[in-house]
Write a protein of this length. Sequence first.
Lengths: 118, 118
Amino acid sequence: MLKTKKRYDCAAGCPVEVTLDLIDGKWKGVIVYHLLSGTLRFNEIRRKLPSATQRMLTRQLRELEECGLVLRTVYAQVPPRVDYALTEEGRSLEEIVRAMHAWGERRLERLAQVQAAA
Amino acid sequence: MLKTKKRYDCAAGCPVEVTLDLIDGKWKGVIVYHLLSGTLRFNEIRRKLPSATQRMLTRQLRELEECGLVLRTVYAQVPPRVDYALTEEGRSLEEIVRAMHAWGERRLERLAQVQAAA
DNA sequence: ACCAGTAGTATCACAATGGATACTGTCGGA
DNA sequence: TCCGACAGTATCCATTGTGATACTACTGGT
């Protein structure tokens, strides 16, 4: 999960790696998925990913911000308020993320069937 | 890169994670991408990913095999010959991997433009 | 006799990632 | 007055991922 990978020297398959680099890392894919439905505040995301620690979430969100996939808006309020939204580039991942979601669901179904048979 | 993750407790976004789990890890996405074009032998893959070490490749291939995405066929020959091909489930990733490839290319173009402007 | 190609494994070491826990400061509500 | 919500930081430690290097065993070619 390098912020910007130094070298992409793997020739032909490379662009695949570029994309994976941005959305791998434990929670990033899921965060993007949730943000597809609209802007969320920090603790809203937190509630959607109960098993992620606070530290992990901020880290992943910061990385997404660095890559230009997520826009972070801080309101000068008390109590603090921070909104997270997808940038245009982030939203352009929609097709991929939705495809991964659908595929994952099918995979889970398959696994459940195998489990049931055994 | 857990072989089979124990728990998927992240509620709604979960299937996204399931999919990412299978294809993250430095080389797996790219390996699947190359295998979309057809069966490859070990050293053929190696030549396509010159910056991956031999050990890394075998590990990633083994994990893909464990997940049921890749079929590994060993021929009882000398010199040894091992073929790697996508299983049906592996091939069902085609849409996603191609989408990632296309997106990655667009991203690289964008980055190049920014670079050129600066 | 020697070398390259085949598909790996073994060992060691380091860097990156992930997670647990505790802490910040202000506000509104009970 | 004390507590919880807000959006984080700081610190430390364990786990994983990744990489470098060296090794196996056999064969065919020069």
